[in-house]
Design a protein around this ligand. Structure first.
Ligand SMILES: [Zn+2]
Length: 372
């Protein structure tokens, strides 16, 4: 059976069901194209004959409607049942690309000159009426987008960005932050240890220790980055997530500075009408410690599904840096004081874009990512 005869039948009629047979069939078509283009190039014909033959070859394969590629599209691809269309489609796209690249009238010998002569052009430039090759642009990931937005607010306040390694020492991740060995987060269930002295950082707080040791006081930094915990993935938990923490160390820093800065931040991020609320909490690395909540940006505090009818949304933990933590960072707590906060970037992105599942961020589904 010739290629022409095969192109007129469906894959079913050709008795091809499995992917091997289909792959071989497409390979056979590509070989036929190669062979025809090859013999065309070898013929030593006059320019006008050559141009005519180039057109015949092009029409035979690429003519709309009745060319072999169009027939293959119609009889092989479109007639294939949905289940196997993906595989046949991939083969077909490869074939079509191959055919158009091989049977390009302008690049076949003899063709170009005559075409330009026939059109009476001195030199033929690119045809500007043809559609261009479209290359799809990517977009910035929503987590990165929100991270930059958060960073920008603090950079505007005079903070500087500081980053650190994701593989940390147990000392920087826990001991220096006043997290005693008995603290539950040291348990294996939460922390991914590499060995007895090294781990994947569970928060970005070790960057605070590194920055204090490196730069000393006064210090105004935010520390965005990835963190890791041994969590089972669900709607709001992921084993890898992003945090951003802030640290301000200077003389005469008080809780009022913390409240003023974070209230300003919440208004910048969620809108001018946002109100904030601070409640006491406990963290080993701050004393006193607090939780900051903002009035719900969706209902303005009236109560809705997102804020679970409370009118408030918990945003972050914060507090005055524990004197021992300053000491571990090489800063004299008698002279300096500081405040710090830490928040999850995914949570802010979920609030900002009304996303219900944290897993959406990490599944690389283009239909999701295209929306940003
Ligand atoms: Zn609400």
């Amino acid at each position: 059976m010739t290629i022409d005869e095969k192109a007129a039948k469906t894959l079913d009629e050709l008795g091809l069901a499995d992917s091997n047979g289909v792959g071989e069939l497409f390979a056979e078509v590509r070989a036929a194209i190669e062979c025809e283009v090859d013999s065309f190039r070898r013929r030593e014909a006059s320019d006008s004959d050559s141009a005519c033959e180039a057109k015949t070859l092009r029409d035979r394969w690429l003519a709309r409607g009745h060319g072999l590629i169009a027939q293959i599209d119609q009889n092989w691809l479109k007639a294939t049942p949905k289940e196997s269309r993906g595989m046949v489609g991939a083969e077909f796209n490869r074939l079509r690309q191959y055919a158009t690249s091989q049977i390009d009238v302008d690049s076949l010998p003899g063709a170009r000159k005559t075409t330009s002569a026939a059109r009476g052009e001195a030199a033929r430039g690119p045809d500007l009426t043809l559609p261009g090759n479209q290359r799809e642009l990517g977009s910035i990931h929503p987590v990165t987008r929100v991270q930059r937005e958060l960073e920008d607010i603090f950079i505007g306040l005079g903070f500087r960005i500081e980053t650190g390694p994701e593989i940390e020492s147990v000392y920087n991740n826990f001991d220096a932050l006043n997290i005693p060995e008995s603290h539950p987060s040291r348990d294996d269930w939460d922390t991914l240890y590499i060995d007895s002295t090294t781990l994947l950082r569970t928060h970005t707080s070790p960057v605070q220790i590194r920055a204090m040791r490196k730069h000393g006081a006064p210090l105004y930094i935010v520390t965005p980055g990835k963190c890791y915990r041994n969590e089972n993935p669900d709607a709001t938990h992921s084993a890898m997530f992003h945090q951003i923490e802030g640290l301000a160390v200077d003389t005469d820093i008080t809780f009022a500075d913390l409240k003023g800065t974070l209230d300003f931040f919440a208004k910048k991020f969620f809108g001018e009408r946002t109100r904030t609320r601070f409640q006491p909490s406990f963290f080993p690395f701050t004393e006193p410690s607090g939780e900051m909540a903002a009035s719900c940006p969706f209902c303005g505090g009236q109560g809705c599904r997102t804020c679970k009818e409370s009118g408030w949304i918990e945003l972050m933990g914060c507090g005055m840096v524990h004197p021992d933590v300053l000491r571990h960072g090489g800063i004299d707590p008698e002279r300096y004081s500081g405040w710090a906060f830490g928040l999850g970037i995914e949570r802010f992105a979920m609030l900002k874009y009304d996303i219900g599942e944290i897993q959406n961020f990490f599944q690389s589904d283009v239909r999701f990512l295209k929306q940003f």
